[in-house]
Design a protein around this ligand. Structure first.
Ligand code: NAP
Length: 253
């Protein structure tokens, strides 16, 4: 018996990085998984590797009609929806607040905040139809503490933390649990691009960012995926509105 036998999950931003690890671990634990992303070729390839238990759906989470179509497609393919992993996110412009344009600010909120809103909005009906479920929102350590960079990103992750608590309260009576995950730095394409944008020696940058975590290094995508498997499972049946911090001790200070 797998921990997630019979469950259907949808993972946004599921083609690479944390989302891809979530898709793989969810399937391994017995779930069937809808992978949603913008990278169609990579997403389809991953779904193929996961066998008949995964399907790929294209959607920009910032576009409501595309979100609605992807969720409807997943329910049509698998017959139900039990778990939504709101993982798609972007880092956005890395400038101090007074240099940011409105468009740079808005794009990050459109993906990281409005995307979570659209996906949650359209997942509620199938989750209710399934008799309840689990919504897992990827916030960040930067939804808990500040840092002197990427202001729109940090604002968006703070919003996701509180949206999780509001929705936990709104949908508890429907047996829909809503929790946030707060990763420290995890080695993924997003962090690889962040390091490249800093300039200098990437290996040195990687070591320096790793050293911000008391455990001495960055995490890997599976460190987050195991948390997602737990929150998706019935083992977490009494958990809602909680913050699962997986950060190598970063936010202890
Ligand atoms: P990633 O490597 O950039 O992967 C995210 C995936 O989501 C990419 O395929 C990305 O496509 C896709 N995506 C971006 N915008 C989208 C949209 N509008 N609609 C659908 N898909 C979209 O990111 P990650 O590092 O795995 O991060 C996953 C989540 O964890 C994010 O919410 C991130 O903020 C959060 N997180 C990450 C870390 C970390 O250290 N990695 C730490 C804390 C929190 P593109 O490549 O085109 O953008």
């Amino acid at each position: 018996m797998g921990r997630l036998d019979g469950k259907v999950a949808l993972v946004t931003g599921g083609a690479v990085g944390i989302g891809a690890a979530c898709a793989a671990r969810l399937v391994e634990a017995g779930a069937r998984v809808a992978i949603v992303d913008l990278h169609d070729e990579i997403g389809r390839q991953l779904a193929g590797q996961l066998g008949g238990r995964a399907h790929y759906f294209h959607a920009d989470v910032a576009v409501e009609t595309e979100v609605a179509a992807a969720i409807a497609g997943a329910v049509a393919a698998f017959g139900r929806l039990d778990v939504l992993v709101n993982n798609a996110g972007i880092a956005g412009a890395n400038k101090p607040t007074h240099e940011l344009t409105e468009a740079e600010w808005d794009r990050v909120q459109a993906v990281n905040v409005k995307g979570v809103f659209f996906c949650t909005k359209h997942a509620i009906a199938p989750l209710r139809a399934a008799g309840g479920g689990s919504i897992i929102n990827l916030s960040s350590i930067y939804g808990l503490v500040g840092a002197p960079d990427v202001p729109p990103y940090h604002a968006s992750k703070g919003a996701v933390r509180l949206m999780s608590k509001t929705d936990a309260l709104l949908y508890a009576a429907d047996r829909i649990r809503v929790n946030s995950i707060h990763p420290g730095f995890i080695w993924t394409p997003m962090v690889e691009q962040h390091i490249a944008s800093l300039g200098g020696d990437p290996q040195q940058q990687r070591r320096e960012i790793g050293a911000l975590h008391p455990l001495g290094h960055m995490g890997e995508a599976d460190d987050i995926a195991w948390g997602v498997v737990y929150l998706a499972s019935d083992e977490a049946k009494f958990l809602t509105g909680s913050e699962l911090v997986i950060d190598g001790g970063y936010s202890c200070r």
